[in-house]
Design a binder for this molecule. Sequence first.
Ligand code: HEM
Length: 453
Amino acid sequence: MASLVQAPGSRLANFFAFRRDPLEFMVRMNDVGDLVALSSARTAPSFVVNDPECVHELLVAKERHLRKGRSSRILAETLGSGLLTTEGQEHATQRKLVQPAFHMQQIARQAQAIVALAQLAVDRWMQAGLDGAVVRPLSDDLMELTLRVITASMFGDAIDERADQLGAAVDVCIRHSARRLYAPVPLSLKVPTPAHRRFAQALTDLDRYLDECMDADREHLDANRGATLLSMLLDLRTEEGEALLTREQVRDQLLTIFIAGHETTANALSWALYLLCVVPDVQAQWHEELDAVLAGATPTFADVARLPLTQRIFQESLRLYPTAWMILREAAEPVAIGGHEFAANSTFLISPFAIHRSARWWDDPLAFRPERFAGERVKGLPRYVYFPFGGGSRSCVGSQFAQMEAVLILAVLGQTLRFELPTPGLRVEPEPSVSLRVRGGLTLRMMRRYPSA
Ligand code: HEM
């Protein structure tokens, strides 16, 4: 039976400690017990979940008794009723429709476009630096790169000059959701505050963009058929030949993939490059792997499997900085977890960030050591001590796409560039927004590894 203990300190003190620094709070609670009760409120008590078996029960074994609840309702203000925000049967139906766009052979088709876009980013940086060292706001650059990747691969669109406007609109929506997700009582959106007006404008901009994509796809129907998520969704038909999804339903799926599908990956890449600067020995080994395997050739989909260290660098970065740093569940009805009974409406806080850093499971947990994923010990660990992509029927639909994209982008960047912190010894802080960002953004110095021909 899992231990269930009351969190030390008063309910109010814990509430403020969480608000001040949620990551520190979740890490501290990780040492307290398998399940930690945060409040004794009868109607909606909250519990921190630290035990991997309990995580498995919540995400997989007993998932039909649980729902995403409040987190979905807040995200639905932006995303509507898409894959991330629906529950129960509606979610299962949607998952079946969207999943084929993420089958391996489908995502393999996107590899070339990903590599070309990454190459373009490197060329732009190097032009700016004229072959010397160049200092770049890398978080912003990577956000733009993954935005271009998701629009090219899922919508078949090169966003070009609209990248800045779309990036800004996404940023407004994400900050809006992050503020409301952990606010005690989110203010009604009908109150016309400046922040609510900015949010409404950002949504209008995104809607207009998605409308344009849908119209463009219709015009090129035959050329696009089946090639992108957008054309797949627009092409779904009932037995009578009617469109299966309304335009609004397609819009909700697109916006979900658009937002869920680039910020997390961009932040994960920022953390990977930061960690490679903090541990230059790993960066040197990484360069050796790229040179030995690719021998200067442009990376392809087939190379992803031939770059084990690059894969492990990404895995280990997601261990230390899992960009989905918190997973929330609510009991839809009474449920037993870890041998304890929990009332309906109980909230469960599951933090991959805290569990991934627990000394109970990980040797030297704060050290960046990609090779730990090659060792035997990691194979013997319980499944839910490492779960950057969640688990169960709500696990990340884009996890394979994200991993392929990340390895290919890292390969293109590392083939040409060496990365350094702009100031030796600089330490950056994580900012727990909807996804785990580098606070203030990551700036790095990069230089060409070989003089250009
Ligand atoms: C490093 C990158 C990524 C990480 C760490 C990540 C993580 C996650 C996690 C943990 C969940 C489950 C949340 C929960 O259970 O409450 C999730 C769900 C989801 N992710 Fe990702 N994700 C990443 C990239 C992507 C990409 C590239 C896409 C799409 C192209 C995507 C689309 C989605 C969608 C649609 C869901 C909802 C799935 C459902 O509820 O059926 N993600 N992601």
